[in-house]
Design a protein around this ligand. Structure first.
Ligand code: PHB
Length: 386
């Protein structure tokens, strides 16, 4: 693929800090719940996961791991592989070796679920979050989140957690990852601080946008300090509803967050922001999501974040309901630098090649997204185009 000269916007090279991509078809992070249980709360990458990621690797193509817990108590549910034990580092090393053998690149998405978990997944501990406001509805163990509400993190716990991100980033590099993506999206811990319907704190981690973003900025600085900013990206989802986040003014607030990122000294500034289109929602379909977004003075779009990020030299990766038709215009119109595909990459291990050659895409089976019996089903058994 690398030797073909093309004007196709998806197949132009792109440099993201230390990462030299030869095309712009990125695998989005997707929870798949196929890791092997080692002990309570400890799940380890296995041979099946090596096969899955290796299938999706391509020369100069970037893969982002599924969301990966940074510590034993950062995890939300079963089957998700962490990056906090020697066995997990070894398991991930087999994955990154296989991806590198195909010329691919891979970053580890660093995850803390905050309030999106319950004591049965935390060895009996209470979940920690920005505030004590629980998610509505049921957790994966069948109890309601409200029956065991989260506890607001103390300042010390915030500082310790920031260090946990940095230590996890270090371990990710030991495991052979080319970099890390700090998960500050989709209603998980860092996003619980960013969103003003969850963060009701009155200390220096709540109130103004700068205060709500403080833990995120501190995490970026700590992670960049540990592994170098040219190996660091971040994921943000201003328009997210998942896990009960609903911000009062996503446009204004995330423009300010993007400005804060851009204003960081280059030595700690992340190389990319990976953002999710307003139309995408974990639960609602596109029409329902667009209808339920607040209609403020500015249209809900990622476009408003492009300029403030660019001012700091931060690349934009766009995700959320992209396919063959709408991905190229996004790049041609310079509204993003690369496109992340989740569901299409699940069903099409050779997605970059299919997009390049214009061949049809296989449909994904939603029922096997979050585990299956056998585990291969809907995971490593999707076909390559002949
Ligand atoms: C999920 O497991 O459903 C999940 C995990 C991480 C995300 C979004 C969804 O960012």
């Amino acid at each position: 693929m690398g030797s073909i000269t093309t004007t196709d916007a998806l197949f132009q090279p792109l440099r993201l800090g230390a990462l030299a991509l030869s095309h712009r078809v990125i695998q989005a992070p997707c929870t798949r719940m196929r890791a092997t249980k080692e002990s309570d709360g400890v799940f380890v990458p296995n041979a099946l996961m090596v096969e899955y990621y290796a299938q999706r690797a391509s020369s100069g193509g970037l893969l982002v791991t599924e969301a990966t817990p940074i510590s034993r108590y950062a995890a939300g549910y079963p089957g998700v592989p962490g990056i906090f034990t020697p066995s997990q580092i070894a398991g991930w090393k087999a994955v990154t070796d296989a991806v590198h053998a195909k010329g691919g690149l891979m970053v580890c998405q660093l995850w803390h679920v905050g309030r999106a978990t319950v004591p049965s997944f935390l060895g009996g501990r209470q979940a920690l979050a920005a505030s004590d406001i629980p998610i509505s509805g049921d957790a994966m163990d069948g109890t309601t989140y409200a029956s065991s509400p989260p506890r607001p993190m103390t300042i010390t716990e915030i500082q310790d957690t920031v260090q946990d991100y940095a230590a996890a980033a270090q371990r990710a590099r030991e495991a052979g990852f080319d970099g890390v993506e700090i998960h500050a999206a989709n209603g998980y811990l860092l996003d619980q601080f960013l969103h003003d319907n969850v963060n009701t704190r009155t200390d220096e981690y709540g109130g103004s946008v700068a205060n709500r973003a403080r833990i995120v900025i501190e995490t970026i600085k700590a992670v960049s300090g540990a592994i170098g900013a040219d190996h660091v990206g971040i994921r943000l989802s201003p328009y997210n509803f998942f896990q009960d986040t609903r911000d009062s003014d996503p446009q204004a607030h995330w423009v300010e967050i993007c400005r804060l990122l851009a204003a960081l000294p280059e030595s700690v500034r992340p190389v990319y922001a990976h953002m999710i289109e307003p139309r995408f929602d974990e639960v609602l379909d596109e029409a329902a999501k667009m209808q339920s977004l607040p209609t403020g003075s500015v249209k809900p779009t990622l476009d408003i974040f492009r300029a403030p990020l660019k001012a700091g030299g931060i690349a934009l990766i766009a995700a959320g309901n992209f396919g063959p038709e709408n991905s190229r215009p996004k790049l041609d119109e310079d509204k993003a630098d690369a496109i992340a595909f989740g569901r299409w990459f699940i069903a099409n291990p050779d997605l970059p090649r299919r997009l390049m050659e214009g061949v049809s895409l296989a449909k994904y089976d939603r029922t096997t997204f979050y585990g299956a019996d056998p585990a291969e089903k809907g995971y490593t058994d999707y076909s390559f185009y002949e």
